[in-house]
Ligand binder design. Sequence first.
Ligand code: IMP
Ligand code: MG
Length: 185
Amino acid sequence: MADWVSAPDPRLLGRTVARIAFDEATIAERVRELGAEITSAYPDGDLLVLGLLKGSFIFLSDLVRQIVRPLQVDFLVASSYGEGTISSGNVRLLYDPETQLEGKHILLVEDIVDTGRTLNRLMDLLRARNPRSLEICALLHKHIAHELKYETKFIGYDAPHEFLVGYGLDHAESFRHLPYIASLL
Ligand code: IMP
Ligand code: MG
């Protein structure tokens, strides 16, 4: 085991890691595979990779460097009303991509699919802009999303049913910068 499991990690605000779900090297390998899958899935046309902020920022930056074809990057900022670790289902856009979406292959990149409510709303919004295609890539999927109307075409990992932090995932805005994905004690 690496040092940071046994030694206190100064990034953790005094909290302790209960379990490293995915370590840095494991994530890097899976992101390489996803990049290869996406590269071959989009042989032609304009590809726009749309990152859903903030959670996708680290995953997206690693992922786009593994996609070996022309592409553009933009972001969406959505906000669900309400606090804490429960998703409320009311989603509004705080930042709308400036790039034109019509006629493009759009790949929406999300950190983790939980209830799927965020994605349902966003996908409805994006579909109305007439993209050439519209798919989802999520690093993690909890597979408890009974309400999800759209299939997630590219999935990094099936997520354990724990609250995870790191590699972009936060708890109350902290822990996004951990290079691994962990659950906290
Ligand atoms: P959904 O609308 O319920 O699918 O919520 C998805 C969003 O909730 C993700 O983009 C995350 O921001 C957040 N989320 C869901 N599960 C976790 C978790 O285990 N850790 C950190 N954030 C999570
Ligand atoms: Mg969050």
